[in-house]
Design a binder for this molecule. Sequence first.
Ligand SMILES: CCCCCCCCCCCC(=O)SCCNC(=O)CCNC(=O)[C@H](O)C(C)(C)COP(=O)(O)OP(=O)(O)OC[C@H]1O[C@@H](n2cnc3c(N)ncnc32)[C@H](O)[C@@H]1OP(=O)(O)O
Length: 183
Amino acid sequence: MTSSPSAASSPGRPGPASPRTTPPPGAATPELAEGGAVVALASLAGFEGCFGCGTDAENGLRIRHGGVVDGVMTCEFTVRKEHQGAPGFCHGGVLATAMDEALGGAAWLLGNRYVTGRLETDYLAPVPVGADVHLRAWCTGVDGRKAFVEGEARTGGPDGPVAVRAAGVFIEVPQEHFVPQGS
Ligand SMILES: CCCCCCCCCCCC(=O)SCCNC(=O)CCNC(=O)[C@H](O)C(C)(C)COP(=O)(O)OP(=O)(O)OC[C@H]1O[C@@H](n2cnc3c(N)ncnc32)[C@H](O)[C@@H]1OP(=O)(O)O
């Protein structure tokens, strides 16, 4: 078991975005599962239809999951022209989707299955077409079925300027929540 970082020590984010995405007093310190998200992902039987990361999702973001360091999970994707909102720049909804994927992945590292209950996003800088977007996410607390998660997206490299910050609440669900699976 590994503890994830606290909100106060999380890179690039001074604190939770709102009271609704802040772990309540008495929330448990997140304990990552041995083997990480693989434990929970096994129950999805290799499903590759996810719009965020699925290799079968032709029009999806094709987010590439990376490693986990000190409780922080990383992933990235490349902004394509079909992701545009304003000319030349990534649509905010696409970036919210990417944050949803990253924060969801951080929740799944707890070893259970989670769906998004609430997602808050702060947009700090425009993200141009062609940019590689580097995402990081970490869990800040667990209260019953609720996992509180924060994250950020950077451009210009993994340590480049922060373009998006996000915070969310993910709710643990049983495997049956996903049956039947779409494809
Ligand atoms: C490495 C690769 C990894 C890869 C990992 C893959 C990452 C996937 C990322 C994508 C994730 C998605 O997009 S998921 C898709 C988008 N989300 C959804 O479809 C969820 C739709 N909503 C639902 O299905 C439902 O409302 C549920 C399951 C969230 C909750 O329903 P329920 O099971 O009946 O539970 P319920 O009693 O209502 O709530 C349980 C507890 O959660 C709280 N709760 C419920 N909803 C919310 C909410 N919106 N915001 C805050 N808290 C909430 C309640 O107050 C309660 O707290 P308390 O009273 O116990 O304190």
